[in-house]
Write a protein that binds this ligand. Structure first.
Ligand code: FMN
Length: 478
């Protein structure tokens, strides 16, 4: 199903991927464009195919990739000419120095240049390369020529490059590229008929009206500012980890995943692309989220690391709501242990994933300043005194703390009473709310932090809920 609610709803976009080290980011770009409602078909240069292959791209886009200029489509049409006429915009990301040169000179030696030459729709180009390559007069002249064609250039950013050096050459943030596509199409009427292409199941939008709850969520989404997370990628961790003792038993916890899943649902409803890193859970994750299932702390760590490569995190917001074990058995038996004479279990501490991820994200951001919003959940017992210390020690922007021993506020409940600790505001104690309402108010604060606006319909989402725009006067633990 194609998303019908985003800023690119019903739009047909061609994405051209060229042979840059940043080609892997185009995979995520497909997903964000789809979350914005676009039907994305992909053209690739042979070099890009060398870098990332076509399987993932074809699976995600639900269209065959056109990378061979000299072969015809299955229906006998010429691929790049069909693309030139079937789409409403072409975005080339990443664009190599070589491709810029070919395009500037009208050399139709790959399907992307050929489609750009044949089309009359807007073209958005996001270059990515080594800083020296980008600043070279030849590249600059090519970029200037493309601007003369009326192409929108999304300038690369300053930062650490694949070579380890710094300079201007990093592919622009994907949200900037998506914004440029939206802007390029602004004013052009949206296509009325949708092609048969569907979003991949893992990235499908939530159904609009299959249950009353979903209908309510969908109608709320028609509110003017419903899309305040559109173009953002939110990674949420949820559920509990399970550390094996032997092939049968594990050290686990009582997490059901409800809180993190509520955050994922809320983020989806607000237009975000959502990846859910999901441990043990007993509630259904939302259809629209891209699911990554994890079992142990080590698997959660690997999943988080995959989204925080050295050259920068692949998300705008990270919300870590999973209950991650603090300990794991030092030795795991490879056979089921018998009752025998009992069992002495030696436990070792697990890595602190919140602190580690914050450190990685900030290290990558060092060169270019801003970093994604980082939020951790802290399950406390009794008072929440440790939460402010955690906020500082973990290096995150917000800690959402709750007392899991309080009735209605622990594992498996539908409600939660939390206090939000933030680096830029006094602690804010929320009343007992449904987990979905907690998610909503939390994301309101995250949106403000991202520099967006808060949806007007969320103030008063619950009785006594603080107005997110009003000064905060409540104290922690009161
Ligand atoms: C590991 C590696 C990374 C590269 N990254 C880039 C890059 O980021 N930008 C770029 O302009 N060229 C890069 N190149 C060079 C291009 O791959 C090369 O110029 C290729 O011919 C581009 O082909 P295309 O423009 O047809 O895709 C890289 C080459 C290698 C081996």
């Amino acid at each position: 199903m194609t998303e019908t609610r985003g800023r690119l709803a019903n739009r047909r976009i061609a994405l051209g991927i060229t042979g840059s080290i940043a080609a892997y980011k185009a995979i995520e770009l497909i997903r964000i464009l789809q979350t914005e409602g676009a039907d994305v078909r992909v053209l690739m240069t042979p070099s890009a195919v060398e870098f990332i292959g076509t399987l993932t791209v074809e699976t995600l886009s639900r269209h065959p990739v056109d990378s061979d200029l000299l072969s015809l489509q299955g229906d006998g049409r010429i691929g790049h000419i069909a693309a030139a006429h079937d789409v409403e915009a072409i975005v080339v990301a990443p664009a190599t120095a070589h491709w810029l040169g070919a395009m500037a000179n009208g050399l139709a030696s790959d399907t992307i240049t050929a489609a750009c030459l044949a089309t009359s729709v807007p073209v958005v180009v996001a270059p990515a390369m080594d800083g020296g390559m980008y600043s070279h007069p030849a590249t600059q002249a090519n970029v200037a020529r493309l601007r003369e064609f009326g192409y929108e250039i999304v300038d690369p950013e300053n930062g650490v490059l694949a070579s380890g050096m710094t300079g201007q050459g990093r592919l622009a943030a994907l949200t900037r590229i998506v914004d440029a596509v939206v802007e390029a199409l602004d004013g052009a009427p949206a296509a009325v008929t949708l092609p048969a292409a569907a979003m991949p199941a893992g990235f499908a939008a939530q159904p609009v009206d299959s249950t009353p709850a979903e209908s309510a969520a969908a109608s709320r989404m028609t509110a003017p500012s419903r899309n305040d997370l559109a173009g953002r990628h939110v990674v949420v961790t949820a559920g509990g980890t399970a550390e094996p003792i032997d092939p049968v038993r594990f050290v686990g916890n009582r997490s059901t995943g409800k809180m993190g899943i509520a955050v994922a649902e809320e983020a989806l409803d607000r237009g975000a692309a959502v990846t859910l890193l999901l441990g043990h859970h007993s509630v259904e994750p939302p259809d629209g989220a891209h699911l990554v299932h994890v079992e142990t702390v080590a698997e959660m760590q690997a999943a988080l690391r995959a989204f925080t490569p050295p050259e920068g995190p692949l998300f705008n917001i990270l919300i870590m709501a999973a209950a991650v074990s603090d300990f794991r058995p030092r030795h795991v038996a490879d056979r089921k242990l018998g009752r025998g004479h009992g069992l002495k279990l030696e436990l070792e501490p697990t890595p602190d994933l919140l602190a580690e991820t914050a450190e990685r994200v900030k290290a990558a951001a060092g060169a270019h300043g801003r970093h994604p919003v980082l939020v951790g959940f802290a399950a406390e017992v009794g008072d929440l005194d440790r939460a402010s210390e955690k906020l500082r020690a973990k290096g995150v922007d917000m800690i959402v703390a709750n007392d899991v021993t309080e009735e209605g506020s622990g594992f498996g409940t539908d409600t939660n009473r939390v206090t939000i600790y933030a680096t830029d505001a006094p602690p804010e104690q929320l009343p007992m709310l449904s987990k979905r309402e907690v998610a909503e108010l939390l994301l309101d604060r995250v949106v403000v932090r991202l520099g967006g606006t808060v949806r007007p319909d969320t103030a008063g989402a619950a009785d006594n809920a603080p107005n997110p725009e009003a000064p905060v006067s409540v104290e922690a633990g009161r």
